[in-house]
Design a protein around this ligand. Structure first.
Ligand SMILES: [Zn+2]
Length: 271
């Protein structure tokens, strides 16, 4: 299937992947990797369910290198690989949830009671949004112009005025790095550190790794909340669209909720 966001690996861009269902071995390896970190588990699972990775010019990643390539997957593409490989094995793709009406506070319970009474959302019915790469040789970058520039002071006491940034779509490897630094809790701090880790350009100029790790977080700390939210939205623009519509049976209010697909991953490891 098509990768929602292409994978850059050893200087080449891959746009298609073939998946196989996770073997008991892959599930066991993923479960033990999960003890060391959530994203380490994702890397293990993606490496285990990939059977091929292809570029538009027909290059294919050597089987022995698929595990390395898995770490270069943008998180949103890794999520599709994990979920769709589980769907190859598991017929049941229901997601339970309890949602609260924003108008009257009524609780909407989406659950499986029996085959005639199933109000859950289903992963197969969620849309996958692909970034249209047109076979470009460059992996897509996220460009963002700050609503107001921020100044940071570098170690040589020079002021750098940042007015726009460019970042890659955060990869599994980026998340593993951040997880090792600050833990696996995916909170705002994690998101900001992940953006800093994925920083590629400042004011249109390429930044090197050591610059990104020294100043990336400084930049993120100074960016306005509104801008941070906008950037974060850009990082989730492709991949599985987790928004669903809910309707309150008390007052009729219709609103959007984000379903939690990570439960699906965790429950697959238990079964
Ligand atoms: Zn209501």
């Amino acid at each position: 299937m098509k990768l929602p966001i292409p994978v850059e690996f050893r200087g080449k861009i891959y746009t298609e992947m073939d998946l196989k269902e996770p073997s008991p071995n892959v599930l066991a390896d993923t479960e033990s990797a999960l003890k060391k970190g959530q994203h380490r588990a994702v890397a293990t699972m993606v490496g285990g369910v990939l059977s091929a990775l292809r570029s538009t010019s027909g290059d294919i990643v050597d089987r022995k290198e698929l595990e390395q390539a898995a770490r270069k997957f943008p998180l949103r593409s890794a999520e599709v690989a994990v979920i769709y490989s589980l769907l190859e094995r598991d017929e049941d793709d229901g997601i339970e949830g309890v949602y609260t009406c924003p108008r009257c506070g009524e609780k909407i319970v989406c659950e499986y009671v029996d085959e005639y009474d199933d109000t859950r959302d289903h992963i197969r019915s969620l849309k996958v949004v692909n970034c249209d790469s047109n076979g470009d040789q460059i992996a897509p970058l996220i460009f963002f112009e700050l609503s107001s520039p921020v100044d940071i002071v570098t170690t040589d006491r020079e002021t750098l005025r940042v007015s726009d940034i460019g970042m890659r779509h955060p990869t599994v490897a980026d998340a593993m790095t951040v997880e090792a630094q600050i833990g696996a809790d995916v909170n705002i701090k994690f998101q900001m550190a992940l953006m800093a880790e994925s920083l590629e350009r400042i004011n249109g100029e390429e930044v090197n790794r050591s610059f990104a790790s020294s100043y990336g977080m400084m930049v993120m700390n100074k960016i306005s909340r509104t801008d941070l939210i906008a950037i974060s939205k850009m990082t989730t623009a492709f991949g599985i669209d987790q928004t669903v519509q809910k309707k309150c049976h008390e007052c009729g209010k219709v609103w959007e909720e984000v379903v939690n697909t990570s439960n699906f991953f965790v429950s697959a490891l238990d079964s």
